[in-house]
Ligand binder design. Structure first.
Ligand code: FPP
Ligand code: MG
Length: 352
């Protein structure tokens, strides 16, 4: 039975808990201008909109309170603040938009862990590992259902269409990735399209829709759409890179997971396209499936590290970071616009 617990009515600031969820101390530095809004997002994320079953409450909490960075809600909130015409508080619908954007992200990760047979996410057991795939499918669907309820509360057919496209993009991105598994032919257009579908589509929907809710000018809406798109591509490239160089403790999952699964990401592609000795060795590791073993994945990681694959991937991420920054030029100057620029730097800094 639906309890319909999310109201559109804004919460008084005194009721808003300031305990934020992000565990990333370097993000804490620039969330100050939106700390009340982010706390409101946290409060609504911890509300079970579907029923009052304690087991479901516990499952939802285990997924939603597991230390996510909340980048997507931040994008929505900064997009909302940067695109509004007056300095008034943002409309409560923007909070709902931030909540639903995070719910879709969380749902897609629960489903992704089933597809990847992953055991760990953010350092804790995945739902599929702790219970089983069937329960994880249902929990992911339940999170999507919560997001749909939030979406309906925005009362905007345009935004329903944008998020409908996002759901399709998420699925299509995964399908595209599956199709490319163990492929040694380098196709950058396909790589960027897959990255848009998997990651950038949701980023872009969030920033674009925040401006639509503000009834901002078309140019501003489009500037924020492009900002989210390029930041999302940049984020995915850095994610690819962290699979090669990130510490498994910090990532909360094993390093080299993509390579072992035959997902050929940007750093590997930069080596493969060189058609030299290193690229031939990497091709062989992939084509023979040796890359799936610990030794094979280690050999591939070493080849990528020694052959400049990482530096080239950082360069590509930087290029999209710059395009994201340029897309903001249409927005009036404000501390919120500055924070959107800071977010680009944060995303790029994850690689260091
Ligand atoms: C992480 O990928 C996964 C995504 C960015 C999206 C996954 C999308 C789906 C599974 C489809 C969702 C379903 C519906 C119905 C919309 P990754 O494996 O590269 O990253 P990871 O290392 O964090 O797991
Ligand atoms: Mg995965």
């Amino acid at each position: 039975m639906s309890l319909g617990l999310v109201s559109i009515k804004p919460m008084p600031k005194s009721e808003v808990s300031l305990k934020l969820h992000s565990q990333e101390s370097d993000l804490i530095d620039f969330i100050e201008p939106i700390k009340f809004e982010l706390a409101a997002v946290e409060k609504e994320l911890s509300t079970n909109l579907i029923d009052d079953n304690p087991f479901i409450d516990e499952l939802l909490a285990s997924v939603l309170k597991s230390g996510g960075k909340r980048i997507r809600p931040m994008l929505v909130l900064y997009g909302a603040k940067a695109s509004q015409s007056s300095a008034e508080e943002i409309d409560h619908k923007e909070i709902v938009l931030a909540v639903l954007t995070e719910l879709i992200h969380a749902a897609s990760l629960v489903h992704d862990d089933i597809i990847d047979s992953a055991s760990l996410r953010r350092g804790t057991q995945t739902v599929n590992k702790r219970f089983n795939d069937r329960l994880a499918v249902l929990l992911g669907d339940l999170l999507f259902a919560q997001a749909s309820i939030c979406l309906s509360r925005l009362m905007s057919p345009i935004i329903v269409g944008i998020y409908g496209q996002v759901l399709g993009d998420l699925c299509a991105g995964e399908i595209r990735q599956m199709k490319q598994q163990f492929s040694v032919s380098v196709n950058w257009v396909e790589y960027i399209n897959k990255s848009i579908a998997k990651t950038a589509s949701l980023f872009s929907a969030g920033t674009r829709s925040s401006a639509i809710l503000n009834q901002a000018d078309d140019e501003v809406v489009d500037g924020l759409r492009k900002y989210g798109l390029h930041l999302g591509i940049c984020f995915q490239i850095i994610d690819d890179l962290l699979d090669v160089v990130g510490s498994s403790a910090k990532l909360g999952k094993p390093t080299g997971s993509d390579l072992r699964a035959g997902v050929i990401t940007a750093p590997a592609m930069f080596v493969l396209e060189r058609k030299d000795e290193a690229s031939k060795k990497l091709e062989e590791l992939i084509a023979t499936r040796q890359i799936c073993s610990d030794e094979g994945a280690q050999a591939a990681l070493s080849l990528i590290l020694e052959s400049g694959g990482l530096e080239s991937a950082v360069g590509l991420a930087q290029k999209h970071g710059d395009m994201a920054k340029d897309s903001l030029s249409i927005l009036p100057d404000s501390k919120y616009k500055d924070c959107l620029v800071e977010l680009i730097k944060y995303v790029l800094k994850r690689a260091n």
